[in-house]
Design a protein around this ligand. Structure first.
Ligand SMILES: Cc1cc2nc3c(=O)[nH]c(=O)nc-3n(C[C@H](O)[C@H](O)[C@H](O)COP(=O)(O)OP(=O)(O)OC[C@H]3O[C@@H](n4cnc5c(N)ncnc54)[C@H](O)[C@@H]3O)c2cc1C
Length: 479
């Protein structure tokens, strides 16, 4: 039986571990923090259970591969709540993003009749991308999402509405590939779901499946080195000096952190290591978790994207808060406000000990939270009166608690000008070492799940993938 060690028990590590342990592999998952889940954490404040990196998931319909991946993982049995319309609040006007291609097309064609033909072209491109075998998608990786939108949609207001959800894809004119925009947007248009219980039931299910198959997950187990022998992976070394032998190691962490685990005399080509070490990472997030008074504001299941008046939709690095995502917890009378935040805003607060008081940092968090609440109130009247208490987190929180490189929320930034260097194959130059996780192809639960299936199928061909995702070389050779 092949011994597999997986570094990191985030969504990527757990899905890969689940798939391989179900097929008889002897899997050991090592997680540096005290909980599994990585970005997916639940925590209690003021009696409310808040979730960190999972609010909604797209694509759980039969026309989308996510449906089949979740079926294979036996996750469709969870009590998914189907969301009808995500909201957009822009320049003092509320819009919805209807679920379903037909509904979406009809809603915006009625609202912007002069854009009907352009909307048709918009959807035709989506259709071409999401039905294209992955091996043939390179042209869509090489095109910028902003270029596509600005050349397809003429009305600036409609263009801004259609850009709005790309906040969760790191809107950046210089980087975001059309492929990433279209896949993620399409998954949310076809279906958007949430779980009332947040990510916990998903994590519990995978952990139970892994343990029932005889495999193990160990928390508080930070890996400090990937061991190799004669150019082949040999195992891992933990912070306490313990070593674990393995035939296969899967790094389910940011690739920049992975290459940092190579020994100084690694057999891996230095150019590969330097190329990965120099990659950019995505923005982080500032989050305000709010406990609300009951009955002051109406609660709903659907999230809302709120933008400041005249905000530049494609600029995430502004001095003041300009973009927000509002997620409700209707079952608990609570909400989260998420706004993009770059690492440089908190970098200087990166102190050694979390126990050292830092009044400047506390003031910064307070002021940013107040800006978030004020912006949210432009779309949700009376919100300020409804706030009972709130708690905040920054990219520094992510770095300290889940080792997120520079507090990045979505891993390596995908760059349409350089797709080959910003996407990853599961195989690495070190024989027996594989990678998986959100940095590989796409982030989010969808992207991380696709990557996990791809990595697991490289190791065990028996693992089903979907026809578009032909993982066998040379089909994937462009990556
Ligand atoms: C604020 C926020 C909101 C989000 N909301 C959504 C959403 O609503 N829907 C959606 O689809 N996606 C969402 N996402 C994205 C989604 O959560 C991530 O794409 C996904 O969880 C990433 O999983 P991963 O396994 O690739 O990485 P991670 O979750 O980062 O997991 C990596 C794991 O490796 C561990 N690790 C790191 N270094 C070591 C080491 N040396 N040794 C041992 N362990 C190590 C870490 O502690 C961590 O547990 C959100 C993300 C954020 C930050």
């Amino acid at each position: 039986m092949k011994r597999v060690v997986i570094i990191g028990a985030g969504w990527g590590g757990l899905v890969t571990g689940y798939l391989l342990s179900k097929r008889g592999y002897d899997v050991t998952i090592l997680e540096q923090s005290s909980h599994v889940g990585g970005c997916l954490q639940a925590f209690n404040r003021g009696g409310i259970r808040f979730d960190t990196g999972f609010h909604i998931v797209g694509g759980l319909v039969e026309t989308n591969p996510m449906y089949y991946f979740f079926k294979e993982l036996d996750l469709l049995k969870l009590p998914w709540i189907q969301l009808r319309n995500q909201g957009v609040f822009l320049n003092n006007t509320s819009y919805v993003l209807p679920c379903g291609h037909e509904e979406f097309f009809r809603y915006f064609s009625d609202m912007f009749p002069h854009e009907k033909n352009n909307l048709r072209r918009y959807f035709q491109t989506f259709k071409a991308i999401v039905s294209c075998p992955i091996k043939d998608t390179m042209p869509y990786w090489e095109q910028g999402a902003w270029n596509f939108l600005s050349h397809t949609i003429a009305d600036p207001q409609l263009r801004d509405i259609l850009s709005s959800p790309s906040m969760i894809m790191e809107m950046n004119k210089d980087y975001l590939p059309l492929f990433a925009y279209a896949e993620i947007m399409n998954s949310f248009i076809t279906s958007t779901c949430r779980l009332a219980e947040g990510s916990q039931p998903m994590l519990d299910h995978l952990v139970q499946g892994i343990e029932n198959s005889g495999s193990c997950i160990y928390c508080n187990s930070k890996i400090t080195q990937i061991l190799e022998k004669n150019g082949v992976v040999a195992g891992v070394k933990m912070q306490d000096g313990t070593t674990i032998d393995a035939d296969i190691v899967i790094a389910a962490i940011n690739p920049i952190l992975t290459v940092g685990l190579f020994a100084s005399d690694t057999a891996v080509n230095k150019v590969y290591v330097r190329r990965i070490s120099n990659l950019l990472c995505s923005m982080g997030c500032f989050t305000v978790n709010i406990k609300l008074k009951s009955g002051v504001i109406p609660m709903q299941n659907e999230p809302i994207y709120v933008h400041a008046k005249e905000a530049d939709m494609w600029n995430m690095d502004t001095p003041e808060v300009q973009h927000l995502m509002v997620h409700y917890y209707p079952e608990q009378n609570a909400m989260d406000l998420l706004t993009p935040m770059m690492w440089h805003k908190v970098q200087k607060r990166n102190r050694q000990s979390m126990n050292v008081p830092d009044n400047g940092y506390d003031m910064f968090k307070h002021q940013t939270a107040e800006q978030c609440i004020a912006l949210a109130e432009s779309a949700i009247p009376d919100l300020r009166n409804a706030v009972l208490n709130y708690w905040t987190s920054t990219p520094l929180t992510w770095k300290n608690y889940i080792n997120a490189y520079q507090g990045s929320a979505f891993g390596v930034t995908k760059d349409y000008k350089s797709p080959i260097t910003t996407m990853f194959q599961p195989r690495t130059p070190l024989k027996g070492l594989y990678i998986t996780g959100q940095s590989m192809i796409l982030h989010g639960i969808m992207g991380t799940t696709v990557s996990a299936f791809q990595t697991a199928a490289m190791i065990e061909p028996d693992i089903p993938t979907w026809p578009r995702l032909d993982v066998t070389a040379p089909a994937f050779s462009f990556l």
